[in-house]
Write a protein that binds this ligand. Structure first.
Ligand code: T5A
Length: 209
């Protein structure tokens, strides 16, 4: 059996971390993963050692030293280039499974639809950065922007989360278009945790068993 690359996408607070934690308990017992393979949980930004430093640079709230939107795009791209070279590519070459909390769809949604950077430029950049690595399956966990804000009301917002409702609406709209264009699995993530988990598990079984 070969390695697989699974990605969870969606606006802030849609439940990716929660579902990835549930998946990482279920997947090793699912019969989908070869017993010689490992399941690797990772995320963007910050999936590699250098990426953790980049994550801190992009997400910390510092109004006096915020990156320009072009710098922001390039930092997310640099994080991804490092993540692919050091973590994703070697893992797939060794037959391991990877679940990533966000990947290139987030750049299209946040920097493309949210920041309104030309989508074609972003796609061009992604072609360079991704080195032909594409997820085998991407899930979009869909919640409304209002629910996103509600779920995060007791958490300190990072720099991107501080952008507010109008920005989140543009990102949300972008995610929907990207998901339809790329055949992602769209999950209603406002349901309860268990039914979301079951829907993800069923999709994985249907696709990979
Ligand atoms: N970004 C990222 C870009 O702009 N461009 C890019 O290219 C990339 C890769 C990353 C930020 O960077 C941006 C996007 C982000 O703004 P992050 O810290 O990784 O930041 O933040 P998020 O991905 O937004 O992570 P969060 O932890 O905020 O959201 P999750 O992981 O989606 O959600 P989770 O599981 O932590 O759940 C949030 C809350 O909701 C509850 C949980 O208990 C938790 O309290 N919850 C539910 N409540 C009710 N019903 C359910 N079904 C629930 N599921 C979870």
């Amino acid at each position: 059996m070969e390695g697989k690359f699974i990605v969870l996408e969606g606006i802030d607070g849609c439940g990716k971390t929660t579902q990835i934690n549930a998946l990482s308990k279920w997947l090793p017992k699912s019969g989908l993963i070869n017993k010689n393979s490992t399941l690797i949980k990772t995320r963007e930004p910050g999936g590699s050692i250098l990426g953790r430093e980049i994550r801190n640079m992009i997400l910390k709230n510092n109004k006096l030293n915020s990156p320009s939107i072009l710098t922001e795009l390039l930092l997310y791209s640099a994080d991804r280039a490092e993540h692919i070279s050091k973590i994703i590519l070697p893992a797939l070459q060794n037959g391991h499974w990877i679940i990533s909390d966000r990947f290139s769809g987030s750049t299209l949604a946040y920097q493309g639809y949210g920041r309104e950077i030309n989508i074609e430029i972003i796609k061009e950049l992604e072609n360079i950065v991704c080195q032909n690595i594409r997820p085998d399956l991407t899930f979009l966990l869909e919640i409304s922007p209002e629910e996103s804000i509600l779920r995060r009301k007791n958490k300190v917002a990072d720099r991107i989360e501080s952008e507010g409702l109008e920005f989140l609406k543009k990102v949300n709209h972008g995610f929907k278009l990207i998901a339809l264009e790329n055949n992602w699995e769209i999950i209603n993530a406002s349901k309860d945790l268990n039914s979301i988990s079951q829907q993800i598990q069923t999709s994985l079984i249907n696709k990979f068993l």
